[in-house]
Design a protein around this ligand. Sequence first.
Ligand SMILES: [Fe+2]
Length: 275
Amino acid sequence: MRPIFRINTPSAEDLSSFHRDGFVVYPAVFSDEGLYGFVDEIHSRRQVIDFFKKNKGEPDEHGMNVRPWNNKGPWSDQLFDAPLVTALLKAIIGEKFQFCHSTMHIKTRGGKGVQAHMDHHHWFHDNPVNIAERHKWYIQMLYYPNGFKRDDANLSVIPGSHQIIPIPGKPPHYNTLEEMMDRVGNEHGGRELKVKHFELPPGSMVCLNARTYHAVTPKPLDSPQDYRIFCNYIFKEAGPPHRHTQAIPSEWLEDVSPKRQNLFDREPYTDVCWE
Ligand SMILES: [Fe+2]
């Protein structure tokens, strides 16, 4: 199996952008073979075949959303611990990190956007475990195998917004990132916050601190791109479950390497796990 990415380690500059802005972007980081293989593998997943059989290219505001995404092939399997992923997690978190869950999404023309939000769930609950875990790392590796253009299911973020202390216990609901800044202020950590709208080529990756505020624009009915593929692999600092920390399928543990055993050796989320 050939490497899925062109690079194996983040540069010092990548890590300083991550800490300064709350994310680092890797445009077109997939290798040619990795991108071809990964896209082909996604198109061969049962849920994707079934979705397109039903959808037939019609506008659909929901699209396809798989969480947790378990039926992986050899390319998506690499995303648990490709050298670049492991190097980023080690540089950011240290030695003790775990896999939380992964997801796969297809957004078609007419697909709804995603409102402004951040994803560090321990800030939205007030149990002692949530309070104790709030400042621990929660990292999302976002993959865009066929890329996206501006105003066409584009990811937007607010660089530096990982510094905002959310109002604990209240999941924030903001329609837009601009509305979020109107409510919480647009200066944090001595820096003026501004929304950044991305446009990314096929095979791009964004490594996001889950406390960074982000949103996704809708996919217009006249989008020149038939559909946009998005996959998300989420990792957490070792400790109790996050919301959505998934149960590990038994087949993932057969002949598992010690490195991967460490990633998978944690408790899944249940309705009572924080009580
Ligand atoms: Fe999110």
